[in-house]
Design a protein around this ligand. Sequence first.
Ligand SMILES: [Zn+2]
Ligand SMILES: [Zn+2]
Length: 417
Amino acid sequence: MYKAPRGTADVLPADQLYWSHIIQTAEALCRRYGYQRIDTPLFEDAGLFQRSIGAGTDIVEKETYSFEDRSHELLTLRPEGTAPVCRAYLEHGMHVLPQPVKLYYIAPSFRYERPQAGRYRQFHQFGFEALGETDPALDAEVVDMAWQLYRDLGIGRLTVLLNSIGDGQCRPAYIQALAGYYRGLGEQMCHDCQMRLEKNPLRLLDCKQAQCQPLIQAAPKMVDYLCLECRDHFARVERYLGLLGVPYQIEHRLVRGLDYYTRTVFEVVPAGGGQQSTVGAGGRYDGLIEQLGGRPTPGIGFAAGVERMVLNLKRQETVLDDPGRPQVYLAYHGDAAKEAAVRLARQLWDAGVNTTLAVGDRSLRAQLRHANTLNAAHAAVIGEDEVAQATVTLRHLETGEQETVPQADLAARLGGR
Ligand SMILES: [Zn+2]
Ligand SMILES: [Zn+2]
């Protein structure tokens, strides 16, 4: 028997409620903040991700699904959503539109990673990007949107971590100071950190090993190295976040390993500290579009995994209304009653009432059991008497109360139009 490939999952009907809740909530949020939807292809020229994420990174070297197509073009299944959106911005000349251009996407993405709870090789990302504007008010707005997303979803016990990682002017001096500090520590850092020190010193702050935590605590902080412009930008982001009422914590160890990230970085994490697993992350990437061959264009965005949101909603046992719940189950006894039920189904469906018509010639008892299994709100029972009087016996399945309703009134009685 075939199974879904490792790291992929079927989204079964029972989970679709969570998915539609998330998608509807995300889309309503984006409309409220003036973002428009964009859909980009599932695969892109492999070069796009080599240029943006970087040819030497783990993502590009070990995690992408890349392949040659039949005409030997090297293509990569999208591992993240920002680079394709920036590519589309450039390709369609969106710089002529009023800036910032605000776009969002909900899209499958692919990374060859070790599967674990809430992490898949085919996963779905909801993200939004604002391109063409450096105003720190926009940074605050993006952080606010990310925060509101979880509030609107009803996912609680979260907090926002915020940092500035400076820019090309001030970051090199910080990285030098950080590397200098770590070089003086020698064997005190873990093996991985010794590699990071050589390859990408900023990632030293990401280390999760216990032995490295005190080293990180005592390490030089980026905020102490910000240039005047970056310091002013950060102060204003904080000011606007205060005005918007977004709670946040400054987290000095929050960094991004890629050069095109600038200034504001933030993550939404479970409140309470410890080994935090990020539920969503965002930041400013003023260097990215230039790196992709465009003229210098600032950008900022946020992305979060849909599967992780589903997991959070399930863990906290969120109860969602099922818009597909049958409002009425049509049960009957006898051939004449069945024909009356079929005619009633026509009326109810036309009136917009969720209706399930019993099929399969089961006993009335079995039909009512079926109605309960489907979680129907009501059962409308038609027997010989009801046929003779053109009525139904309408039973409220939770309370067991029942009443006689004329067939002609049933749709209206169930709130149909
Ligand atoms: Zn370490
Ligand atoms: Zn700076």
